[in-house]
Design a protein around this ligand. Structure first.
Ligand code: CMC
Length: 428
């Protein structure tokens, strides 16, 4: 097959660039030689038209509302698989055979404890510290404790670091919660599932037995699976960029956590629930929808809209169903769920949202579920970080093994002052 190219006509002449096909999805124009040949850069703030790498992990068709991990649709994974299966799938490329799954689960299970000295780190934080502040600090600090898995040139050390991160993240997040409420840390219990263990470390106390509710356990499993990976989003790109310089995996994941914290990214689940609470009643929705449409008002409907999805986020559908199930199981009725359902209906039939293709995203319903389970809002993003760690380490490993990988070093369109001479302060 002849190579397809795209030709750029410039004042200096015509230059051709290869058009690279993916296995599915848009082709990309390979412009690596552009600067060398033309002396020009491309300009793409926010990377809206830029493929920063090649990847075989996750595929999103934003127009159709499709999300595939290693080819498997997200709704099938959320309904049928365990989080350990999805973690293995993202890391290794295929669903594990029974023996592979057993071995992987065993490995993760036996890495769940933290170095005991790390507990003293927590005591250095204020009790009212945001859990994401603690997560950034403690995950970054792991590199000071696990020196035997920071040599990124050794595939075995990379794998051990990946296992450690996946295994320890629930312990770290649960300890952040326990610290904030002044309760003792609860050690992991290996006989429980990944999610069951996390629920026990979060809500259990040493003085009593904790029984994992299977409906809540399954809801958490789904939430973790739905957040496990999402292609080259801001935090994943941050992890890749940090890793591109050769930084150790714990430092890279800490960088990802910092990026995820923002309200336009992982922080949106917290912001969405706060917004639904602020709306408070179905009768107030019209007012808030009008504010979201007003160009002069910075207010946005949190949990709505997505850079990639221009259709219903497939994760939001599973979240909505899970929210109903959890509230039913707990015998709770949350007026916020009524507000969310009604707001969704109104927004989906409103010309502004239709025209801009703004649909509920994964964060629209997740806060309602997490709130019903008993998590305070500031833990929501920490749970997102916990689940996304699997995607981050899979993407980080893929990047390190990619022979085309280079240090990430974007260029710029410089619009500042041109060269001028220094003037002593007395003469300015
Ligand atoms: N409410 C009202 N208007 C919106 C919203 C919203 N939630 N989202 C986008 N718009 C409008 C925006 O004002 C703009 O209008 P115009 O073209 O007239 O200027 C247009 O839609 C395009 O918006 P944009 O900000 O250029 O789009 P983007 O791709 O840069 O931003 C986004 C995507 C997710 C940051 C944005 O939709 C947003 O801020 N949503 C609310 C926050 C949120 O829910 N974030 C979670 C994303 S999903 C979880 C994750 O992946 O981390």
């Amino acid at each position: 097959m002849t190579e397809q190219t795209v030709t750029l006509n410039t004042a200096e002449g015509d230059f051709s660039y290869p058009l690279l096909p993916g296995s599915v999805g848009p082709e990309v124009i390979d412009i690596r030689k552009l600067y060398g040949q033309t002396g020009k850069f491309t300009y793409d703030p926010g990377f809206t038209s830029t493929a920063s790498c090649q990847s075989a992990i996750t595929y999103i068709d934003g127009d159709q509302g499709i999300l595939l991990h290693r080819g498997y649709p997200i709704d099938q994974l959320a309904e049928q698989s365990t989080f350990m299966e999805v973690a293995y799938l993202l890391l290794h490329g295929d669903l594990p055979k029974k023996s592979e799954l057993d071995e992987f689960t065993n490995t993760i299970t036996y890495h769940t404890m933290l170095h005991e000295q790390l507990a003293t780190f927590y005591r250095g934080f204020r009790r009212d510290a945001h859990p994401m502040a603690i997560m950034c600090g403690v995950v970054g600090a792991l590199s000071a404790f696990y020196h035997d898995s920071t040599d990124i040139t050794d595939p075995n050390q990379r794998l051990i670091a990946s296992h450690r991160l996946i295994a320890k993240m629930p312990t770290i997040a649960a300890m952040a919660f326990k610290y904030s409420i002044g309760q003792p840390f609860v050690y992991p219990k290996n006989e429980l599932s990944y999610t069951g263990n996390f629920l026990r470390m979060t809500f259990g106390v040493p003085a009593e037995e904790y029984e994992v509710n299977p409906v809540i356990e399954s809801a958490m499993r789904r939430i973790f699976i739905l957040h496990a990976d999402h292609e080259q989003n801001a935090s994943t790109s941050t992890v890749r960029l940090a890793g591109s310089s050769g930084a150790n995996p714990f430092a890279c994941i800490a960088a990802g956590i910092a990026c995820l914290w923002g309200p336009a990214h992982g922080g949106a689940n917290e912001a969405a629930l706060n917004m639904l609470r602020e709306i408070g009643d179905v009768k107030n929705i019209k007012h808030y929808v009008a504010r979201a449409k007003d160009k002069d008002d910075p207010f946005r409907l949190m949990g709505f809209g997505h850079r990639v999805y221009k259709n219903y986020d497939p994760r939001a559908k599973v979240m909505q169903k899970t929210a109903e199930e959890v509230l039913k199981e707990l015998g709770k009725s949350d007026p916020v769920l009524d507000v969310a359902r009604e707001l969704e209906q109104i927004a989906l039939s409103d010309e502004y949202f239709i025209e801009k293709k703004l649909y509920p995203n994964v964060d629209f319903y997740s806060g309602i579920i997490l709130n019903a389970i008993g998590f305070p809002t500031d833990m929501f993003t920490a749970l997102f970080a916990l689940a996304r760690t699997v995607g981050w380490v899979a993407q980080w490993n893929e990047m390190i093994s990619d022979p085309e990988q280079k240090i990430g070093r974007p260029r710029q369109l410089y619009v500042g002052a041109t060269q001028r001479d220094y003037v002593p302060v007395s003469e300015r």
